[in-house]
Write a protein that binds this ligand. Structure first.
Ligand code: MN
Length: 291
């Protein structure tokens, strides 16, 4: 029998990391944490008021075997792939990209009159989907429903559901929930979570306390991983709290990871490297585009 409320079992302050061609970001978790966050692989928080910290961007690189979820809170990130797909992810927009068998793309934060701020989450694909047809889902801020409760909580639903409201991203193998939650000063937020799912939260700003055995307040930039239970319950501080709440069904499959490619076995990684070298990495010339 488990506690009804999920307690925090691990805390991650985030590690300053230089990524891409020289982008300063904070990495919440990555390959060192496998399999703690299964089915999630990586969470990066990028952003700065200084364009020098991000303009170098993430030039041409491949992905295979994962989904990358880019959520821009402020500023702009332009993206394009070698097949000619391109666009701009703007404030409040989400790009949920399934690399499947392979894409080669670039992601380039743009100079605007605003600070840059956003997240990239990597979601693992089950073995049976790793070589699937790549797919783009481009969601604008307008596509993402926001619920305001009678106690003043504001919840944006990217995937999964909050109450009776379902997010626009559906049909993802690990059945994820991705919420952006704002709780007013002194407010309480409760979300039921499916049994057996991995659940974590990342504090965007403000602070609060999750109910459970570990009741230390959460700090901005901190990522917390929850243990077993039926729900998470947050009491916001007098500053209020904004956090991402993410859950998904673990895959329980072996992970073989090299840079932007995540497969199940080492020989699959070696094959991907050979294909990149020989120019036959891309298996599907036309990705699925869902706007
Ligand atoms: Mn990428």
């Amino acid at each position: 029998m488990t506690d009804p409320v999920r307690s925090i079992v691990h805390r991650f302050p985030g590690v300053p990391t230089l990524e891409g061609a020289g982008v300063r970001l904070r990495r919440s978790f990555s390959n060192n944490e496998v399999p703690l966050f299964d089915p999630f692989l990586l969470l990066d928080r990028f952003g700065s008021s200084n364009p020098e910290d991000y303009l170098a961007g993430f030039p041409w690189h491949p992905h295979r075997g994962i989904e990358t979820v880019t959520y821009v809170l402020d500023g702009e990130v332009a993206h394009g792939d070698t097949l000619g797909n391109s666009g701009v992810i703007r404030a409040g927009d989400v790009q949920w990209m399934n690399s499947g068998s392979g894409i080669i793309h670039q992601e380039m934060p743009q100079r605007t009159d605003r600070s840059l701020s956003g997240f990239q989450l990597w979601v693992n694909l089950p073995a049976r989907e790793k070589m699937s047809v790549p797919a783009y889902r481009g969601l604008t801020a307008h596509d993402i429903p926001e619920v305001t409760t009678d106690t003043g909580d504001r919840v944006k639903i990217v995937a999964g559901s909050y109450g009776s409201v379902e997010g626009p991203v559906r049909g993802i193998p690990v059945d994820p929930t991705y919420l952006d939650v704002r709780v007013p000063p002194g407010g309480t937020f409760v979300q039921p979570t499916p049994p057996g799912f991995t659940v974590f939260a990342h504090t965007v700003d403000g602070s609060g306390t999750f109910e459970g055995h570990d009741r230390g307040p959460i700090a901005p930039g901190e990522t917390v991983l929850f243990g077993a239970g039926d729900e998470v319950r947050l009491h916001a501080s007098e500053a209020g709290a904004r956090f991402l709440l993410v859950s998904g069904r673990p895959l329980h499959e072996p992970v073989a990871w090299y840079g932007p490619i995540v497969m199940n076995r080492r020989d699959e990684l070696l094959q991907a490297m050979r294909e990149l070298e020989h120019g036959d990495f891309l298996k599907h010339p036309r990705p699925i585009i869902e706007e």
